[in-house]
Design a protein around this ligand. Structure first.
Ligand SMILES: Nc1nc2c(ncn2[C@@H]2O[C@H](COP(=O)(O)OP(=O)(O)OP(=O)(O)O)[C@@H](O)[C@H]2O)c(=O)[nH]1
Ligand SMILES: [Mg+2]
Length: 440
């Protein structure tokens, strides 16, 4: 029965995706697992052994036959008693099986509740729990590999080592606070400055790797924009390797924004083709151009496409603050054409210049294939790291004024603690776990 403390309830959910499949899994976690197992299976299976069993409802009627797997607390995903019932993966069977678990005393799990329990039981820290969702949602192989690194604790270990360095420096500094200014050993001052510089460098390294990972996670939004007929749709087709967008010699062909996911060096990029920018000829085109403007507002990088054989309009619709690459298309029609400095000449027809364009897209959004492992960080991680870096900059300006120095270190330390969840408000936890699916 659900108890007063939501953490002590036993929760149940279908853990496999909805629909039909060879196998479907109902997962349970909580103290009532032995009791529920007795009701559904007749007895609690031995620990960590796949056991063939009949699954029965409250009246003892067989629902399905499958494998039962029992993980005893604390050696389970959540740290609690966990039971997995592997049945046949049809929606009706799964619902009946889930219903039997609820009848036997479990309650329906909330989104992310299994992983939330794993966090609360100390099985995972917050960054690792987030990596579970990121691994499941990974949109590219590179993203999946990085998520797995975070899940196995590589990112958390990097944060932990920064935290340890800060703690040492704080301890050193707190000791200084007891001495009057004039007695301060200048050796101590130099030592503090040197250590601070080391922590700052290490933090900058983690921050750079996290910024890269944050791109991997969210994907890059690359918008093709320009006057009508310059070849935006042709470029999208060429970059996608498929005839996705309609191409005609008639200016104003594309009316609606079209998205096409591609990968560049393992990075997920969403290419967006848009209606050509000009004074609209009719209502449909007016709406299309309004959509182009919306896409431009959201772009990580804009490919401003020009026709190498014609004079280019100014393209005022492109916001000045977004990364922009000027692309001169139809270079095949102008042999020997030299684009303006910084711009790229391409031909959607022959494919010339496209390799250079792909690399320019990655560069424009700050991706550098350093070969060093990146952290699949979330926006909130990058923000906390940047805040921490800011405090260390201010600390560096305060060496000698030890109270202020120590305070900046404390604030930096607090920011790092937010990442792994050692210092996290409840509403943030809610925000993070509610984005999970039920059953995770
Ligand atoms: N020779 C040559 N022709 C091209 C190239 N790229 C596009 N074209 C031609 O230019 C015309 C317009 O191409 P689109 O891709 O429809 O141009 P667009 O910018 O999408 O045009 P709108 O959708 O009207 O804004 C078509 O006839 C294409 O075949 C190129 O690289 N070389
Ligand atoms: Mg078009």
């Amino acid at each position: 029965m659900p108890s007063g403390d939501p953490r002590r309830d036993t929760i149940a959910a279908v853990a496999t995706p909805p629909g039909r499949g060879g196998i479907g899994i109902v997962r349970l976690s909580g103290p009532a697992v032995p009791h529920i197992a007795a009701r559904i299976l007749g007895s609690l299976p031995p620990r960590r052994v796949a056991k063939l069993a009949h699954f029965r409802d409250a009246r003892g009627e067989a629902l399905d036959e499958g494998i039962a797997l029992y993980f005893a607390a604390p050696h389970s995903y959540t740290g609690e008693d966990v039971l997995e019932l592997h049945g046949h993966g049809g929606p009706v069977v799964m619902q009946m099986l889930l219903g039997a678990c609820l009848d036997a005393g479990a309650r329906l799990a909330e989104p992310g509740e299994f992983t939330r329990r794993a966090f609360l039981e100390g099985r995972l820290d917050l960054a690792q729990a987030e990596a579970v969702a990121d691994l499941i949602d990974a949109a590219s192989q590179e993203a999946a590999r990085s998520a797995l690194r975070s899940l196995s604790g590589e990112f958390s270990a990097a944060i932990e080592s920064l935290r340890r360095a800060l703690v040492e420096l704080r301890a050193l500094t707190e000791a200084q606070l007891d001495f009057p200014e004039e007695e301060l050993d200048s050796l101590h001052r130099d030592d503090a400055a040197r250590r601070l510089a080391q922590v700052r460098a290490a933090l900058e390294d983690v921050l750079a790797r996290s910024r890269q990972g944050s791109l991997l996670r969210s994907g890059v939004h690359a918008v093709l924009a320009g006057a009508p007929n310059v070849g935006k749709s042709s470029l999208l087709n060429r970059l996608a390797g498929e005839e996705r967008a309609i191409v005609t010699p008639i200016p104003g062909t594309t009316r609606d924004a079209l998205r096409e996911p591609v990968h560049i060096d393992g990075v997920a990029v969403v290419l967006v083709d848009t209606a050509g920018l000009r004074a609209p000829a009719d209502e449909v085109e007016r709406i299309g151009i309004a959509r182009t403007r919306q896409e431009l507002e959201r772009a990580d990088v804009v490919l401003a496409v020009h026709d190498a054989t014609a004079a280019s309009p100014a393209l005022e619709a492109i916001p000045p603050n977004v990364a922009r690459i000027d692309v001169y298309n139809k270079a095949d029609l102008r042999p020997g054409f030299q684009p303006p400095p910084g711009a790229i000449a391409v031909s959607a027809k022959t494919g010339a210049g496209l390799a250079e364009l792909r690399q320019a897209v990655l560069r424009a959004v700050g991706w550098s294939a350093t070969g060093e492992s990146v952290f699949l960080a979330r926006e909130r991680h990058v923000r906390a790291l940047s805040e921490a870096a800011g405090h260390l900059v201010r600390a560096a300006a305060e060496t000698g004024r030890w109270e202020l120095f120590a305070e900046e270190l404390r604030l930096a330390h607090e920011q790092l603690a937010r990442i792994t969840g050692a210092f996290t408000a409840d509403d943030l936890l809610g925000e993070i776990f509610n984005r999970f699916c039920i059953g995770k």
